[in-house]
Design a protein around this ligand. Structure first.
Ligand SMILES: Cc1cc2nc3c(=O)[nH]c(=O)nc-3n(C[C@H](O)[C@H](O)[C@H](O)COP(=O)(O)O)c2cc1C
Length: 487
């Protein structure tokens, strides 16, 4: 089911008892984040702060409520994508990818129907939109309840923005979520890491010395917001992904001051540009690693116009020591991108990016091992697959290990490794937030081959059998069990 906008999703959360309205006066400077962090750490509900202070609110302008933690549980994350269980969405993706070539006429027609439906999920452009009901004149970011999240943060940050850019040559759209530090009413930092697509578009503009149009949207159907965080291949449009997820085209409207389109149902849209070769200190920022990311030089976003709904809602999140709201978004990505990963690494059975590994630090994968050295091939494949290139530690286990059960993984892995033989070190790009790497953007990675070793991998020693009870005895005891009264 697609939501018409963010407020329809809020209604759904409210009806399900998954939303708390907070009428007490709460400052967007640290207080709101403190409350939200406590709630996120306890697996609590979405929060709608209705009386937010701590910013230069305009006497006659909007006083937006702040929505936070609406993605913050497995259930709410699935609902955000129009499903009850994220695995149902993953199954839709698998079905799309796993189709054998159609055989008879009936099957061809059915496939044709599916392709038509896919085509009907292409985003479409509309001429007027709720997100452009009001123009804030002059545009002034200080009039919005932008959060300062942690005490040593360099300032206030927009934390849930969808950043729209275009490839300057192909015109292909990209949407990424990159935080924006508010410097004053009309400028922010643009924190796209150098590996991200927004930064690549910017690099092309810098090469040609041209100004880069950028539009930032806040709110809308939560599937659209999620899509901005998804690690889509460079030339694939996140708005197509969003349309697929919501089974309905995303409606886009042209910006009023630049040649970009943004979701018509958004709450707030910030239009502007980034100048080539301009940098300003951004950060520090309490990040999703649980540490502050250091202040650094980043491009500057110049705001030319802000449009919004008549009664806008300001969506935000707080990142910090896990588990926080973004963990559920990342877990959704783990599930939804597994079928795509299997296209290049079909031997992968399951994958777990544990929340405590803050996603780039640890991946545990189970594989159908078919030859000696297979685990190493999988590690190299993962380090070559999109944003998984950042993964610092990869643990590869056999298909019978449940990677979602980290106790089981530890038991099997620790029994299966000879550290000198089974630990592999590699070099490569690291996440911009990896503060432990000796260099800011390159560092080492570790792969652990924790699969059972095959004779070719063991230099003549035999691998022992795992302990399992005798099947016939187990069956007899199963039949007897109830009568033993042992629970
Ligand atoms: C809440 C949240 C905040 C994020 N902030 C940033 C950020 O400031 N900079 C960045 O490069 N990536 C950030 N990310 C990750 C990117 O959104 C993600 O890598 C996305 O796939 C990038 O899109 P792209 O591949 O189109 O560049 C954030 C993700 C989330 C969920």
């Amino acid at each position: 089911m697609a939501y018409a906008d963010l407020r329809e999703f809020i209604e759904r959360l409210d009806d399900a008892g998954e939303l708390r309205r907070i009428s007490a006066e709460v400052s967007c400077e640290l207080e709101l984040a403190e409350i939200a962090t406590r709630v996120m750490h306890n697996g609590g509900p979405a929060l709608l702060f209705e009386n937010v202070t701590g910013y230069e609110r305009a006497p006659t302008g909007p006083a937006p409520p702040v929505l936070i933690n609406h993605f913050g549980s497995p259930g709410r994350m699935a609902w955000a994508l129009g499903a009850d269980d994220i695995e149902d969405v993953a199954a839709r993706i698998s079905e799309l990818l796993e189709r054998d070539p159609p055989q008879g006429l009936g099957e061809k027609l059915r496939l044709g129907g599916q392709l038509l439906r896919l085509a009907s999920w292409m985003p479409k452009t509309v001429s007027s939109a709720p997100c452009q009901e009001v123009v804030q004149d002059p545009p002034d970011l200080r009039r919005w309840p932008v959060l300062k999240c942690w005490p040593a943060d360099g300032g206030r940050f927009l934390t849930l923005p969808m950043v729209f850019t275009k490839h300057p040559e192909t015109g292909r759209r990209n949407v990424g979520m990159y935080r924006l530090q508010v410097y004053d009413g009309q400028t922010t930092g643009m924190h796209w890491h150098r590996h991200k697509v927004g930064a690549m578009h910017y690099a092309l503009h810098e090469r040609s010395g041209t100004r880069m149009p950028v539009a930032v949207a806040l709110g809308g159907d939560p599937a659209i917001t999620y899509a901005a965080t998804a690690p889509m291949p460079e030339d694939l449009d996140e708005m197509m992904l969003a349309s697929f997820l919501r089974r309905k085209p995303v409606e886009l409207v042209k910006c009023t001051t630049c040649d970009l389109e943004v979701p018509a149902d958004a709450e707030i849209v910030i239009e502007g540009h980034v100048e080539p070769h301009e940098r300003r200190t951004e950060g520090p920022f309490g990040d999703h690693t649980g540490y502050y990311s250091a202040a650094d030089e980043y491009p500057v976003f110049h705001v030319t116009r802000i449009t919004h709904r008549r009664d806008p809602i300001y969506p935000a999140t707080v990142v910090g020591p896990p588990p926080m709201e973004d963990c559920y978004m990342a877990k959704a990505t783990e599930r939804l991108f597994l079928p795509l990963l299997r296209l290049v690494l079909p031997e992968i059975v399951d994958m777990n990016l544990p929340v405590v590994g803050v996603f780039h630090n640890l991946a545990i994968v189970s594989i159908r091992k078919s030859y000696p050295g297979h685990a190493r091939k999988v590690m190299n494949g993962l380090w070559g697959a999109g944003q998984l290139m950042f993964t610092k530690v990869i643990v590869v286990v056999d298909e019978d290990v449940d990677v979602q059960n980290t106790e089981e993984v530890a038991w099997r892995a620790l029994n299966a490794i000879d550290p000198r033989r089974d630990v592999v070190f590699a070099e490569g790009p690291v996440d911009a937030l990896d503060h432990a790497a000796s260099d800011p953007f390159v560092g080492s990675k570790m792969g652990i081959d924790a699969t059972d070793k095959w004779p070719e991998e063991m230099k003549g020693r035999e691998w022992p059998g795992q302990i399992h009870g005798d099947p016939a005895v187990r069956e007899r005891i199963d039949a007897l069990w109830e009568r033993l009264g042992l629970g």
